[in-house]
Design a protein around this ligand. Structure first.
Ligand code: SF4
Ligand code: SF4
Ligand code: SF4
Length: 253
């Protein structure tokens, strides 16, 4: 009798594959080939110069208004910084900082907009491709470096996203109103809390589910790890405009 075939677990998840694919696209196509900076800082340089392409379009779609539709899906699936954070070999137990530290990222948002304004006042020009490229390399090197240090010190791959990312801070304005949200699929939740255990952003998923609420937490990055790991298949990513769910049908109404 032939032995049952052992299922081989994929070494890379679909989400990680997306993250890496989009990172190669951004770094290859946008950053190195076109030498365009898509960071928030460039939006300030562009708007002051009356330019409405590149960074402005990217930030409006992915980070300002897009989150009304797909929440912080950018953070979960396509961010070039997150692709590095999510593959870090972090072994330490996660150290969760009190929620008051989340406010730090609004300070970095103010700095990310304020520093370019100050540079413009001082007469610096970051419009040309060479200058944009230099700025984007310096800014991203800083983000990767701080993100790496925080990840290893706190044992948390997404520490930078939670506490310091200015783009993440901007997205939290619209993302709680997102049309796409994690929600309850049916009533069989056994309160095992696996969904909270696997959540990279420490979202209290179970509190929403037990209250028949769709998950509208500003830190939810729609990565769907909770959906994937729920042993009872209780969760889904649903479409809807209201915040509560109908457990009988698993649809938002
Ligand atoms: S919070 Fe910032 S660094 Fe983290 S995934 Fe979102 S945009 Fe990227
Ligand atoms: S993982 Fe699923 S069954 Fe467990 S608490 Fe979360 S929703 Fe309930
Ligand atoms: S609540 Fe679920 S979808 Fe949202 S960040 Fe946590 S694991 Fe990802």
């Amino acid at each position: 009798m032939s032995k049952p075939v052992k299922k081989i677990k994929p070494v890379i998840s679909t989400r990680l594959a997306f993250l890496i694919m989009f990172t190669l696209f951004y770094w290859g196509f946008h950053f190195v080939f076109h030498r365009t900076n898509l960071q928030l800082s460039q939006v300030v340089f562009d708007l002051v110069a009356g330019v409405f392409t590149g960074a402005v379009i990217h930030v409006v779609i992915a980070k300002a208004f897009g989150p009304l539709l797909f929440g912080r899906g950018f953070c979960g699936w396509v961010c070039w910084n997150a692709s590095v954070f999510d593959i870090l070999p972090v072994r330490r137990p996660k150290k969760k900082l009190p929620e008051k530290y989340y406010v730090l990222k609004y300070v970095t948002l103010a700095l990310a907009l304020g520093i370019p304004l100050l540079l413009i006042v001082l007469g610096f020009n970051f419009q040309g491709p060479g200058a944009q490229f230099k700025w984007l390399v310096i800014e991203n090197a800083l983000i990767y470096a701080i993100g790496l240090v925080l990840a290893f010190v706190l044992g948390d791959r997404r520490a930078f996203c939670k506490y310091l990312c200015p783009a993440g801070a901007l997205m939290t304005v619209a993302s709680p109103k997102s049309v796409l949200k994690v929600e309850k699929n049916h009533l069989k939740c056994n309160k095992c809390r696996k969904c909270e255990e696997v959540c990279p952003m420490d979202v209290p998923v179970l509190s929403y589910i037990t209250a028949n609420q769709r998950v509208s937490h500003p830190e939810c990055i729609l990565c769907a790890e909770c959906v994937k790991h729920c042993p009872k298949n209780c969760l889904t990513v649903g479409i809807g405009c209201k915040s509560n769910t109908t457990p009988e049908f698993g649809r938002s109404y």
